[in-house]
Design a protein around this ligand. Structure first.
Ligand SMILES: [Zn+2]
Length: 117
């Protein structure tokens, strides 16, 4: 499962942070997940649960917040959020152009915050 290795990466990043900052317990991790990052939020939360049953992150919750996809039309420069970002055809809401859009947001994935003590 793709999400499992991502969850492992996140866990090791957080464990590094814990060591660096002398933290012993993490209660909540907020992860921003772009719609185009290709990661299923539910699967990731599930992978996290499995992964943190034991060990230094036991009891922590991974909150996945999705970043909406925002595109900029290559034809008219209009910025828009497509209704169905999974589809290949994402026509500009202003001029209908389907190709050549620039992705302004939605590809990124990052740890937004860590609640720890
Ligand atoms: Zn357009």
């Amino acid at each position: 499962m793709h999400e499992m290795s991502i969850a492992q990466n996140i866990a090791s990043i957080i464990q590094d942070e814990m060591e660096k900052n002398g933290l012993t317990k993490v209660s909540r991790v907020v992860l921003k997940n772009g719609r185009l990052a290709g990661v299923v939020s539910d699967s990731l939360a599930f992978a996290w649960e499995v992964l943190t049953k034991t060990g230094p992150l036991a009891g922590s919750v991974l909150v996945v917040e999705e970043i909406p996809l925002v595109l900029k039309c290559g034809a008219c420069q209009h910025e828009f959020a497509p209704d169905h970002p999974i589809s290949h055809l994402m026509p500009c809401t202003a001029c209908g152009e389907q190709l050549g859009h620039t992705v302004l947001s939605g590809k990124e994935m990052y740890i937004d915050s860590i609640d720890a003590e």
